[in-house]
Design a protein around this ligand. Structure first.
Ligand code: ADP
Ligand code: MG
Length: 698
């Protein structure tokens, strides 16, 4: 074995400690392997040479063959530059450097044939190429024929002379040092089945494509590889859980479930809810540990399903917990569940980061001795100090997705592993779900409770505010309430709060006859509560907020959702917000306010919102338009899905194939023990070493 993953990038010729530090920090390149898997983001065709006489306005990168006639240093101070007059016999062009002047002058000789590569810019009546790549003829033979790779580099990397070209050189050094040979990552049976390029050839061609066709094949192989190992890891984890972990058996449907269902449930369950409850019951009665994802659009009634599952746990002398991503949501869940349970004798507690010490001192022992049956809270639930007497069911309401690892931490709290139900309000595209939650069984609530009116969505520009205010006034006169939401973007909080506060002042001026309240993440919990209370009670007609609250509140009388700077929200987030209205009997509205100047993509995104109310459709569109890296939640999700080459929007087929192959391999050899599968095991260890072991916790 070459152990490329264990060989530090520091020792690659041309790197050294300083550059290694930058590569680690800026590009996550620690080892030889990391470098090889640092793929180009584009290629430029260098199969053709241009003549200087052919150069015209607005050309892409081109390549010229010729020689330098002379060097000249021009300008002073910051505009000091080195110019090389370059000719190929058809004309001359200036090559210009603003940095590394002496180095360049030393390195290239006059009247020697070079290949020059760069983007010509028009300057006065002539063209020049700034900071071109220059190769001697023999070197060009090796690296500059055909398609040339371009690598992402940060400013810091460029300053340390690690520009795209330098990365290309490092790849070249590394690959030629390895004799252009690399170990395979897949076992012979997988290779036989998939009919794809060997790994060595794929890596060679991704960096130095022999042809467009080979590059395409290399990309397919590498995408497959990436997705295959993710799936193999997920499926094996699920396998280990299923075979090694005994689930707590919940055979009884008893007093709590039945009493609630018969006497307290305020409405008939939808058919979808009934089906999902059956699926959950079957899991819990199977003797295997449940790991189920419950997907359902906003307002589809997941909370109720969660509560029924918790009552089943209590019927079987276990405790249950429900974990929400924010304090407000946890508090809201707590209130909802208290209300649903009415005077039923179930002990429910709320535990969040801001639970007072005295309250905490009361709750924690009662959780530990089993007196408290249901605990609702935030991340505070997975702190060391929280010990359950018998946790039988953990529900995660995952507006912001917890990663696989965070989910697993809940398990260690208990002598026996609890059943886990993940509820997600944001519909997730199939491919993303397969990758984020591929280890879970899936239930879907695909039906809304009866009587919901669809929300009318409109897109308005912010230079027509007066019309918007008129409309709001009309609705408020009818007795309705209005949400106004401002974006809150990480890293930009200061400005965003200013926007919100300015908006708040404006609204107070525009609507002197009504009460306007405001909620944001910088307020004290008690202030927030007071403001929310005003809105919920109907004292205030307008609630202005940042997304912090994710408007997890349920106010059926609020029928208008105004979203300011809507262009700055993700589609799924917009959909989520829209779900907060349309809960009462009245016609509801969602008004997306944006500036007039919008990019084509943004315009399309807002159009989708106006035209579709289907959460899955919207999520798919979001994935297509923004890519998974930008999708909400995926970045925060502990482990994230940091894909190097596969694209969940475009590579659904490869993903499905990868999952099928992984499934078949595991069916045959669940522990990957056979001689030929050893290689897969090794690879899993390299890729998921931090994550491999948690599946064994039991
Ligand atoms: P979700 O969490 O899926 O977004 P909720 O559980 O908050 O949805 O439910 C949204 C609203 O619908 C709540 O007010 C809830 O009481 C109500 N609801 C849930 N199930 C039903 C049902 N079967 N019939 C009528 N209303 C329902
Ligand atoms: Mg919910």
């Amino acid at each position: 074995m070459l152990d490329l993953d264990k060989r530090s990038i520091t020792y690659l010729p041309g790197v050294g400690p300083k550059k290694a530090e930058i590569l680690r920090k800026e590009a996550g390149i620690f080892s030889y392997e990391d470098l090889l898997f640092y793929f180009p983001y584009k290629y430029v065709d260098r199969s053709r040479f241009y003549k200087i006489s052919e150069i015209s306005g607005n050309m892409p990168y081109i390549q010229l063959k010729g020689r330098i006639l002379y060097f000249d240093t021009l300008g002073e101070g910051r505009s000091k530059r080195l110019v090389a007059k370059f000719t190929d016999g058809t004309g001359t062009i200036d090559l210009v450097w603003f940095k590394g002047l002496n180095y360049v002058k030393e390195k290239y000789r006059l009247n020697t044939e070079y290949i020059v590569f760069g983007k010509p810019t028009e300057f006065g009546h002539a063209y020049n190429i700034a900071h071109p790549d220059i190769d001697s003829l023999d070197r060009a033979e090796q690296v500059a024929k055909g398609l040339t790779p371009f690598y992402n580099t940060s400013e810091k990397m460029k300053r340390a002379f690690l520009n795209s070209r330098a990365i290309q050189d490092l790849q070249y050094t590394l690959l030629s040092g390895l004799n252009w040979n690399l170990p395979e990552t897949l076992s012979p049976d997988v290779l036989n089945r998939i009919h794809m390029m060997p790994m060595a050839e794929a890596i060679r061609n991704i960096h130095f494509p022999e042809s467009a066709g080979k590059l395409r094949d290399a990309r397919i192989r590498l995408k497959f590889d990436e997705l295959f190992f993710i799936q193999l890891n997920l499926l094996r984890t699920a396998e280990i859980r299923k075979s090694k972990l005994k689930g707590i058996l919940f055979p009884t449907v008893g007093y709590y479930f039945n009493t609630f269902y018969k006497d307290y449930l305020p409405f008939e369950l939808t058919n979808a809810q009934k089906r999902v409850v059956r699926e959950i019951r079957a899991d819990m009665g199977s003797g295997r540990q449940m790991n189920r994802l419950l997907q359902g659009d906003v307002g589809s009634g997941k909370t109720l399903v969660g509560l029924l599952a918790m009552l089943l746990a209590i019927d079987n002398h276990c405790q249950a917990c429900l974990m929400a991503p924010t304090e407000i949501l946890a508090t809201q869940h707590y209130a909802t569940i208290r209300e649903l349970l009415g005077d039923m004798d179930v002990k429910v507690a709320l535990l969040t980061g801001s639970t007072k010490k005295r309250e905490r001192d009361r709750i924690l022992p009662a959780i530990a001795n089993g007196e408290i049956q249901i605990v609702i809270g935030t991340h505070a639930l997975i702190e060391e100090t929280v010990v359950f007497a018998a946790l039988g069911l953990a529900i995660i309401d995952e507006q912001h997705r917890f990663g696989v690892e965070q989910r697993s931490r809940l398990w260690t709290k208990n002598p026996q592993v609890p059943h886990v139900l993940v509820m997600t309000a944001t519909p997730i595209p199939r491919t993303l779900a397969m990758t984020l939650y591929g280890d879970l069984d899936v239930s879907v609530i695909d039906e809304l409770p009866p009587g919901r009116k669809s929300v009318l969505t409109l897109h308005r520009y912010d230079n027509k505010k007066a019309l918007l205010y008129d409309f709001l006034r009309k609705e408020i006169r009818k007795g309705r309430q209005v949400y106004v939401v401002y974006p809150l973007i990480e890293g930009n909080e200061k400005l965003d709060y200013k926007d919100l506060e300015a908006g708040f002042e404006t609204f107070k001026e525009v609507f002197p006859e009504y009460r306007v309240c405001m909620v944001h993440g910088r307020m004290k919990a008690s202030e927030k509560e007071e403001e929310m209370r005003k809105f919920v009670s109907g004292e205030a007609q307008i609630l202005m907020a940042t997304t912090v609250i994710e408007v997890g509140v349920n106010v059926p009388n609020a029928s208008v959702m105004v979203i300011e700077s809507a262009e700055r929200f993700g589609l799924s987030q917009l959909h989520q917000l829209r779900g907060r209205v349309g809960r009462g009997a009245e016609q509801s509205y969602c008004i997306l306010v944006s500036s007039y100047k919008l990019s084509e993509d943004t315009r399309k995104r807002l159009e989708i919102m106006v035209n579709s109310s289907n959460g899955f459709e919207i999520a798919e569109a979001d994935l297509r338009l923004r890519g998974h890296g930008d999708l909400e939640g995926t970045r925060q999700s502990g482990e994230g899905i940091d894909l190097k080459i596969a694209d969940l929007a475009a590579d659904g087929q490869i993903l499905q194939f990868a999952r099928d192959v992984a499934r078949d391999i595991l069916d045959e050899d669940p522990d990957l023990l056979s001689e030929q599968h050893r290689i897969l095991n090794e690879r899993l260890k390299i890729l998921f070493s931090k994550k491999v072991n948690w599946g064994m916790i039991s």
